[in-house]
Design a protein around this ligand. Structure first.
Ligand code: SF4
Length: 282
């Protein structure tokens, strides 16, 4: 593994292992017993095979899901019509499964796949500007092995991180309905149950925050009172894990300066600190 350096914030600034190319999978896979890297200490134990199996089963169900007629029609229309700059590509055009490390201590929950990002590439936060921001920050803070997320076989490796969305099909105007969200949330609830080592959840935006709290209840967690309010770096101790809020790295937020790279890095550095605190308590 190459040398890596860290800046004053503790975020990694350079050094990148060569990409590892995987075979042609039908969909993004969870990674069995992954190696870890800078800033992400090794787990005390590997996840059980049951965790990995459960996550694989959930993903296989997700990619075949047709429960939301409006979203099915939209994801397929976008895949047929395509954006001109991607006219030569075959779009995924299906529900976009979660991916990452079955031994994750950190779960990131987004809103939904982007029409020409995840809905094109088949991997969440892959092939769009939000993904550039997200994985750039995760790389600087030592959670992933490379700063870019371009396509399903680009060698990206998540180390202690699992990435999911509250809604797994691209919605028109990036706006799923609450009914669509609630139809999809059982997948997230099952992932919560499967991720045995989870200690921190980062919700990207208020929609993901609210959705995650509902999924937490569906997974058997207690409803926090009063209802926690979303905010950047807001925190809620939910027992087994802590929920942390972050502004979504959408272009609306990054272009306007509502979310800066430093603000996003602060979220993932905080996630490291919370995971370490949890380990020290155990
Ligand atoms: S949004 Fe979720 S529940 Fe609805 S069709 Fe897509 S995968 Fe199924």
């Amino acid at each position: 593994m190459p040398e890596r350096s860290a800046d004053k914030t503790g975020c990694r600034s350079e050094g990148m292992p060569p990409p590892q190319r995987r075979g042609d999978e039908a969909m993004p896979r969870v990674t069995a017993h992954p190696r870890r890297s800078v800033g992400a200490p090794p787990p005390a134990a590997l996840p059980s095979d049951g965790a990995q199996d459960a996550l694989e089963v959930i993903n296989s169900e997700v990619v075949a899901c047709t429960a939301c007629p409006r979203l099915v029609a939209w994801r397929e229309k976008v895949a047929r019509d395509k954006r001109a700059s991607f006219a030569g590509e075959t779009y995924w055009g299906r529900p976009v499964p979660s991916f990452g490390d079955p031994a994750a201590t950190l779960l990131i929950v987004g809103l939904a796949p982007a029409a020409h990002g995840g809905n094109r590439t088949g991997r969440i936060f892959t092939g769009d500007r939000s993904g550039d921001w997200l994985f750039g920050s995760l790389y600087r803070c030592g959670w992933v092995n490379q700063p870019t997320s371009v396509h399903r076989h680009d060698g990206l490796r998540l180390m202690g991180v699992y990435v999911a969305a509250g809604v797994r099909c691209a919605p028109p105007a990036n706006k799923p309905t609450l009914e669509e969200r609630d139809t999809c949330l059982p997948y997230l609830a099952r992932e919560l149950q499967a991720l045995e080592r989870l200690r921190v959840v980062v919700a990207l935006g208020g929609f993901a925050w609210g959705g995650f709290l509902r999924a937490h209840e569906l997974a058997g967690g207690a409803r926090p009172r009063p209802k926690p309010r979303f905010g950047h770096l807001a925190e809620v101790d939910l027992g087994r894990y802590t929920l942390v809020g972050s502004y979504h790295p959408s272009q609306q937020n990054t272009f306007t300066g509502k979310l800066t790279e430093g603000m996003l890095d602060a979220v993932f550095l905080r996630a490291h600190a919370l995971a370490a605190e949890s380990r020290n308590r155990a």
